[in-house]
Design a protein around this ligand. Structure first.
Ligand SMILES: *[C@@H]1O[C@H](CO)[C@@H](O)[C@H](O)[C@H]1NC(C)=O
Length: 112
């Protein structure tokens, strides 16, 4: 699946909703959503999606989070978020392989 957006906050919100939907489908009940975006974590914790670029998706995240019995939103420093940053950089440059779930890209293995 490819989704194009020029907005980082929209991309992060989409990643969050897709992750939560996958967790719900798989029957997970304890989830920690981590992000290096303090604004997003703050909005999700307070359940007040006020960023116009991502408000509708963040509302869906909040709605999904109500289906999980144990969910928390947590800020992590960018240093702890190297995999997401690596993936973002390579996706933007169109170097993200479609089969990455089957064969991890070599560069990503180095970050893990
Ligand atoms: C809720 O999740 C946290 C991790 O975020 C875990 O430490 C805790 O044990 C969980 N609580 C319950 C009741 O499952």
């Amino acid at each position: 699946m490819h989704i194009w957006t020029s907005s980082m906050v929209t991309a992060e919100a989409l990643a969050c909703i897709f992750g939560l939907q996958a967790a719900i489908l798989d029957g997970w009940d304890s989830i920690i959503v981590e992000s290096d975006n303090t604004g997003k974590i703050s909005r999700l914790k307070s359940k007040s999606p006020s960023c116009w670029e991502s408000a509708s998706i963040e509302k869906d995240v909040i709605s999904c989070s109500n289906e999980l019995s144990n969910i928390s939103f947590s800020f992590v420093s960018r240093v702890c978020n190297q995999v997401a940053n690596w993936a973002t950089k390579h996706t933007k440059s169109l170097q993200w392989p479609d089969n990455w779930m089957d064969v991890l890209p070599a560069g990503l293995v180095n970050v893990l």
